[in-house]
Ligand binder design. Structure first.
Ligand code: NAD
Length: 474
């Protein structure tokens, strides 16, 4: 753990395993209550001077961390593939995406502007200044184990906040590698602190309950997000919540079904379906169902599962056994209730995949609202296809979910694209495009997918307080 500028070890450790092989690849410290308290104390104390550094100083350190990430891109990506399982090419992309946030917020640090406001009184002036929120407690998931760190730590540090971060217990090694970069970049001691723990609850509870922490930023599942939000509310803490999703993808009859199938096969199976923006329901207008399914089935049939370090592997392992069980339960339930299984639908148990958590890339058609997969986030390699007849029907089905993170539209009709974009209750919408994400663009969800936005201009606002000054001028 990295606490107050020092790497801290303990006798208590827990194992980190490679999900592709089951092999133990590291041991990390299991924090005690005292470690968590030390980390919060260090962040609190460091905040007194950090908040008074100039935006240019903070920007320079973030810029240096960005450079170090790019210099160490390959090593970071290889570590990510071993620890999380995604194919090496996807890991390289994630390191780049993660680094983009450090560069973006190195720049945004210098653009935290206030304002002056005219008063109705002649003898009065108003002005508004921004100041850092204070100590930030950050909790990150395993599926994007590097970019979810920089997406929080980048804007927090840029704003002048200090941080205590707890990474997912399955991917602490990537977090440690990132904190080595923050150390090398030269952030003063106590400004960024890393606490690793097998049982996440005591860390979450301490971050919510300790009055020295002023903000909770969380990426993970909706149930945990709700619990943290409730607990943080007891102390009136600011929160940012990036939670689960159940993205609909709408393919209209005037879209090119081959192009749509190509795009959706890429985004659906990205990170083996373990992405919050992964399309969970693919709604296809009946006229183009046949060519769409034909192309999607062909592409899924050509996907190779295996260890992400091997050339040509598209489907990495799922993170753990529980994920396999969840995916398989959704597939069985759908088939039992009448879905057609067009590809996959089983755990992969060949000798070369022994020890890993692999599930075959799967295609289900004729999915209906009665099936679990229609409502539950799958987080696995299953494409669930649903037919529709009219735009109104598709919109109603798309919005029939408690989630509101990402959605996708395929159509060549501009008016239809605008109507559907405006009608969808989702925070991120790709139109004939499967990658509507960038450090420069606001990322976040509506409804039970969360609160707040990460990246973009909005991303730094999440870490700033607004302070009003009013002065009587004689
Ligand atoms: P998770 O909620 O189980 O875990 C996320 C983090 O929360 C981990 O660090 C975990 O240790 C911690 N955690 C778990 N229980 C906790 C508790 N009681 N107190 C404090 N911390 C606790 O989710 P996961 O399985 O790791 O991640 C997958 C989920 O994350 C999916 O639902 C996915 O959609 C979501 N996600 C959302 C985004 C987004 O930006 N909206 C991005 C990536 C992942």
């Amino acid at each position: 753990m990295y606490i107050n500028g020092t790497w801290v070890e303990t006798g208590n450790t827990f194992d980190v395993t490679n999900p592709a092989t089951g092999e133990v690849i590291g041991q990390v410290p299991d924090a005690s209550a005292a470690h968590i308290d030390d980390a919060i104390g260090a962040a609190h104390d460091a905040g007194f001077s950090w908040r008074h550094t100039t935006a240019y100083e903070r920007s320079g350190l973030l810029y240096r961390a960005w450079q170090l990430m790019l210099e160490q891109k390959r090593e970071l990506a290889e570590l990510m593939t071993r620890e999380q399982g995604k194919p090496l090419k996807a890991s390289l992309n994630e390191v780049q995406y993660g680094a983009d946030f450090l560069l973006w917020f190195a720049e945004e640090a210098k653009r935290v502007y206030g304002q002056t406001i005219p008063s109705a009184r002649k003898d009065q002036r108003f002005w508004v200044q921004k100041q850092p929120v204070g100590v930030v407690g950050a909790i990150t998931p395993w599926n994007y184990p590097i970019s979810m760190i920089t997406r929080k730590v980048g804007p927090a540090l840029a704003a002048g906040c200090t941080v205590v971060l707890k990474p997912a217990e399955t991917t602490p090694l990537c977090a440690m590698a990132m904190f080595r970069i923050f150390e090398q970049a030269g952030f003063p001691k106590g400004v960024v602190n890393l606490v690793t723990k097998l049982d996440p609850a005591p860390v979450g509870n301490a971050l919510c309950d300790d009055p020295r922490v002023r903000k909770i930023t969380f990426t993970g599942s909706t149930p945990v997000g709700k619990m943290l939000n409730e607990r943080a509310a007891r102390h009136m803490k600011r929160v940012s919540m990036e939670l689960g999703g159940h993205a609909p993808a709408l393919v209209f009859a005037d879209a090119d079904p081959v192009h749509a199938a190509k795009g959706l096969s890429l985004v659906k199976f990205l990170n083996t379906g373990q992405a919050c923006i992964s399309p969970n329901r693919i709604l296809v207008q009946r006229e183009v169902m046949e060519p769409f399914l034909g192309e999607l089935g062909k592409r899924i049939g050509g996907m190779r599962a295996g260890n992400g370090m091997d050339e040509g592997v598209r489907i990495g392992p799922l993170i753990n056994e529980a994920a396999i069980v969840k995916v398989d339960r959704q597939v069985r339930d759908a088939v039992d209730k009448g879905a057609r299984l067009l590809a996959g639908g089983e755990r992969l148990l060949t000798p070369e995949l022994a020890g890993g958590h692999f599930y075959a890339p799967t295609l289900l058609s004729d999915v209906t609202p009665e099936m679990l997969i229609y409502r539950e986030e799958t987080f696995g390699p299953v494409a669930a296809v649903i037919p529709f007849d009219t735009e109104a029907e598709a919109l109603a089905m798309a919005n029939d979910t408690a989630y509101g993170l990402a959605a996708y539209i395929y159509t060549e009709n501009l008016s239809q694209a605008m109507r559907v974009f405006e009608g969808l209750d989702f925070g991120i919408i790709g139109i004939n495009d499967i990658n509507p994400t960038s450090a420069a663009a606001p990322f976040g969800g509506m409804k039970e997918s969360g609160l707040g936005r990460e990246g973009a201009r909005e991303g730094i606002e999440e870490y700033l307080e607004t302070k009003l000054g009013g002065i009587a001028v004689a």
